[in-house]
Ligand binder design. Structure first.
Ligand code: S3P
Length: 444
């Protein structure tokens, strides 16, 4: 297992572009595969999770090719030629570490006459799938899963499936998207109602591809409908930079004294920008400039300057807009004056790892005082002093845990070693090179 340790002897400085948004990349490939004709995608995230989606779509009939090698961090140009539907795959679909690939593809397959088996790594095989198999089962698909409704899992799609109105029991864009994608090939209008707004990339992109999408505010929440038997039109898509990846250099710049880092082309969709809002409340100096729209998504450049942070109580309602950024927010909180309290984030326990327990263990090992709650964490900040560090921490097959502790190491007295850096390639290939371009280094 390749270990990772990052250090900084002085301020982090420079201007960088983070790789393309993972959520948007998955969706661009999937909708491109369903449209008849050629979709062109610029800036696709070339991480393992997105490759897993591409491989599965190829196995179901789509032609997906990378046009030419592009040296930039921002990814390459990809062409997706869809055949208007999905074909029976010949072998099991290996989803690797990717929950988004698994759950969204289950949605796509649910309304096709296809039998598919999903397999994945140890992390993915421990994650709950009942949250998608329940609504997709109501639409007519059937499933045989490992105990606890987990992978390996075989599903049999139903065509025609039955349209559904489904109230999300958990705030999850993956579940919302799975049902909407199943609805694409289902007669009638399929509706998902969400009490708390989750990332809306599926709705935006479905509209862009020409699907009939309705969005209505109801007393139960936001009702998002898709009219089935849709004929999607191929698109040209530009993928914005992933704010979930930008989060790591952002927090690094905030905690390393004297730093000033510019990030260009970062997606700032209001259903994803919770970290920026919370850090601002903690006193972070983050200037959002050059706001524009790219591929139907709001994008901006960010200028981040090292800041003195103050602990706050993070409102649980903001959690869906920053659900993947909590591990690195815990790191920022370790440098704040006073305590930062985060509750209402039990969903973190069913991510690529139990992110509350794994972060609590690693932070404690590095000398940060934390209190673990059933649905959250309290981090007692050191008032801006370096954390003691000097520990080896477990990444538990979780890319965001690995990167969070690498960033913590930049502000530690003694080096912190992440036991396994390999999961970083799922979402942020080039993470170490990008951090090095800002002045961080790996001690030998
Ligand atoms: C994602 C939704 C979120 C997020 C994941 C990507 C998506 O998961 O954690 O990394 O692309 O829809 P949940 O829907 O389970 O909250």
């Amino acid at each position: 297992m390749p270990t990772l340790s990052l250090r900084a002897d002085g301020p982090l400085t420079g201007r960088v572009t983070v790789p393309g948004d993972k959520s948007i990349s998955h969706r661009a490939l999937m909708l491109g595969a369903l449209a008849i004709g050629e979709t062109v995608i610029d800036g696709l995230l070339e991480g393992e999770d997105v490759h897993a989606t591409a491989a599965a779509l190829r196995a179901m009939g789509a032609d997906i090719v990378r046009e030419k090698p592009v040296a930039s961090m921002a990814g390459g140009r990809w062409r997706v030629s869809g055949v208007g539907g999905l074909l029976q795959p010949a072998t099991a679909l290996d989803m690797g570490n990717s929950g988004t690939s698994t759950r969204l593809l289950m949605g796509l397959i649910a309304s096709h006459p296809i039998t598919a088996t999903f397999i994945g790594d140890a992390s993915l095989s421990a994650r709950p799938m009942g949250r998608v198999t329940v609504p997709l089962g109501l639409m007519g698909a059937s499933f045989a899963a490992a105990p606890g409704g987990r992978l390996p899992l075989t599903m049999i799609g139903r065509c025609p499936a039955v349209a559904l109105r489904y109230a999300l029991p958990v705030a999850s864009a993956q579940v919302k998207s799975a049902v909407l994608l199943a609805g694409l090939n289902t007669p009638g209008r399929t509706v998902v109602v969400e009490r708390e707004a989750t990332r809306d990339h599926s709705e935006r992109m479905l509209r862009g591809f020409g699907a009939d999408i309705t969005i209505e505010d109801t007393p139960q929440g936001r009702a998002i409908g898709v009219l089935g038997e849709a004929e999607l039109k191929p698109q040209a898509i530009v993928v914005p930079g992933d704010i979930s990846s930008a989060a790591f250099p952002i927090v690094a710049a905030l905690i390393v004294a004297g730093s000033r880092v510019e990030l260009t082309g970062v997606g700032i969709n209001p259903t994803r920008d919770g970290l920026l809002r919370v850090l601002a409340m903690m006193g972070a100096d983050i200037v959002v400039t050059n706001r524009r729209e790219v591929g139907g998504e709001p994008v901006a450049d960010l200028v981040v300057t090292a800041s003195s942070l103050t602990g706050i109580e993070v409102a649980p309602e903001i959690a869906p807009a920053m659900i993947d950024e909590f591990p690195v927010l815990f790191v920022a909180a370790a440098f704040a004056h006073g305590a930062t309290t985060m509750r209402g984030i039990a969903e973190l326990r069913v991510k690529e790892s139990d992110r509350i327990a794994v972060m609590a263990a690693g932070l404690t090992a590095c000398g940060v005082r934390v209190e673990e709650l059933p649905d959250g964490l309290i981090v007692h900040g050191g008032g801006g002093d370096p954390v003691p560090g000097g520990a080896t921490v477990a990444a538990r097959l979780d890319h965001r845990i690995a990167m969070s502790f690498a960033v913590l190491g930049l502000g530690a007295r003694a080096a912190i070693t992440v036991d396994d850096a390999s999961p970083i390639a799922t979402s942020f290939p080039g993470f170490v090179a990008l951090m090095a371009s800002l002045g961080a280094y790996c001690p030998v």
